[in-house]
Write a protein that binds this ligand. Structure first.
Ligand SMILES: [Fe+2]
Ligand SMILES: [Fe+2]
Length: 138
């Protein structure tokens, strides 16, 4: 079985302490869920793991959006839309796992999440970190 795991890399570090802390947590969560989901034959438990992931993603997004609001970040609306898209996709993929928790579906959701995390963190989140840095230089 393909082992899904993502290691922290220096390029994920944005230099914003609260966000970096949450991103670390998010990666650890993905890794733990990857192990648990692949071992579980219990649909209810799998559903709870997906719910845990969803809850953390929502928490992290609200937290980032609040930081953006407080900093008067001009691209907040656009960033919110990226977050909303992920939540929508996670919900539909999560529902699919409730119907069919095959290894293929589990790996698909985990690979999708990992891809999304890397892309979003190193592009959209990074833009916000750069905005904060410019503000601090003023
Ligand atoms: Fe983020
Ligand atoms: Fe974000």
């Amino acid at each position: 079985m393909e082992k899904i795991h993502i290691d922290w890399q220096a390029k994920y570090e944005l230099g914003v302490e609260d966000i970096d802390f949450q991103h670390h947590f998010f990666l650890n969560l993905i890794n733990r869920l990857a192990v648990e989901l692949n071992q579980s034959n219990d649909k209810q438990y799998s559903g709870s793991l997906i719910a845990e992931l969803n809850a953390y993603a929502r928490f992290h997004f609200i937290s980032e959006e609040n930081m953006m609001y407080a900093a008067q970040y001009p691209a907040l609306a656009e960033h919110k839309q990226h977050h909303r898209n992920l939540i929508d996709q996670l919900s539909s993929k999560g529902n699919r796992i409730l119907m069919d928790s095959s290894e293929t579906n589990i790996n698909e959701i985990l690979n999708f999440l990992i891809h999304w995390f890397i892309h979003h963190t190193t592009t959209e989140d990074k833009l916000f970190a750069q905005f904060l840095e410019r503000q601090n230089d003023l």
